[in-house]
Design a binder for this molecule. Sequence first.
Ligand SMILES: C[S@@+](CC[C@H](N)C(=O)[O-])C[C@H]1O[C@@H](n2cnc3c(N)ncnc32)[C@H](O)[C@@H]1O
Length: 526
Amino acid sequence: MSDWTSGYVADVEYTTGYFVELNPVRLPIGLLNAGYAPPKVRNACELGFGQGMSIAMHAAAQPHVNWYGDDFNPDHVLFARWLNDSAGANAELTDESFEQFCSRDDLPMFDSIGLHGVWTWVSPQNRDIIIDFINRKLNVGGVVYCSYNVMPGWSTAAPLRELMKLHTRMTAGAGMGSGEKMEAALNFIGEMFDRDPQYQAANPQAKAKFEQMKTMPPGYLSHEYMNSNWDLMYFSDIADMLGAAKLQFACSASYQEAVEETQFTPAQRAWLAGVDNEPFRETMKDFMRNTQFRKDYWVKGGLALPQAERIERIRDVRVVLQVQRANVPLTVSSALGDVTLVPEIYGPIVDFLADNRPHSIRDIEIGIQDKNIQFGQVLQALMLLTGLGQVGFAQSDTEIAAARAHTQKLNTALLRRAEAEDGINYLASPVTGGAIAVARVDQLFLKGWADGLAEPADWGDSAWRVLEAGGVRVIKDGQPLNSAEENRVALVEAAEKFRGTLLVLFQGLEIAVPRKVSPAGRKGGR
Ligand SMILES: C[S@@+](CC[C@H](N)C(=O)[O-])C[C@H]1O[C@@H](n2cnc3c(N)ncnc32)[C@H](O)[C@@H]1O
């Protein structure tokens, strides 16, 4: 293979994940909560987009934004373009390296630049290229989303990654692919743990981390651990580097972290409040939580807004419940363990959002005004619920209307693909401007419904025909069901449940849109 990879893994494709933090629709509340004015996003860019699930979903669901992105792996780009073309969207997706893409002179100035899973996995030279690109091509007032592996959370398990690389360097045979090297290294490390090394006694959590690694898909593991570069940094190092591009830290993109009561003990909070320098304070937060991985938003020039304007603009933000009301948990896990959501506050808010339609925060306040819940409590509840993915952000009605045709085309292609194979567990929502996770079997039910099949029994039947043809069985109580009839009945039951639950949710998020079919195309006409 030629050296276009700069030591980055390219013989195994990356996983097809969607990362909501890359969605500019969610920027306003985080920035406003941190005191900054959010940008109006017209031009957006994603560097190293992988399979392109995030950028293609955003391009489909936000046609008012011009999307640009690169990933030097041509297999990734082909898939990303298939998604983009299926949506009839206009993202410009290239297989240029960062060096090539970032030196182009025909790119616009960007309001949003995102990179997920890139920063600590590429060479220092590539990081310099990215810093220079941000410096030149991010508009004043623009935002960068970036994620990275950080210290001190990796201090226990970092030696496992070194061991993987060392094992590969010492033992890998010519012609071995990254997947085989990874498997051989994991087996070797397993043998080491079987022999009670003192490393394990001194680092009790390392074994658990190793067991967790073994459950992950080979594509993910290879891209995470087998690159030439895998650099661990402290937050303050990253702040210094991004500072060279005139960026300053705005807030964590994990919005639940804004609710500090769920992150730190009172003694920790009081102590952290005394650390004036922000990068130093964020670094100390990472020590308090033993953070391994961070997702952050950075701003180029932070326009601090007057408090009254900040609150009014937060009130304009539109949110949508993106799970069923009954599935909103009563307790959530946090850095401090399980936290109970105060029912007197969370109950009225999620009840108000139970229709799974967009509502402004102002409307929520008006709708629950007899419940004695203050603005600050509503905001805090929404930071937690949006951070945990229970609630999403909604575009304006005009933006939703413009996105519908594209998301519908993309979803039609994805539902057709779900009949052929498993693996893409997302559909596009014009409401959120991004993707929603939908399991394959639910995609099959949705396809039956969208095709005009009248009853859940028909959706279940048609799902069973697809799964049977692919040799897939329904798993019940941990066991595959054997007979065709058992499988069919289980799927029909699941489809019945789907009608009263997920279908309603998907209609709210405008993922479930009936396709116009001729009468001849109905019931059994597949
Ligand atoms: C860990 S993956 C993350 C992919 C994607 N952002 C995601 O989170 O799904 C990193 C991606 O960066 C791409 N990449 C690495 N080095 C690159 C370079 N020098 N130029 C362009 N793309 C690069 C890889 O091909 C890979 O798809």
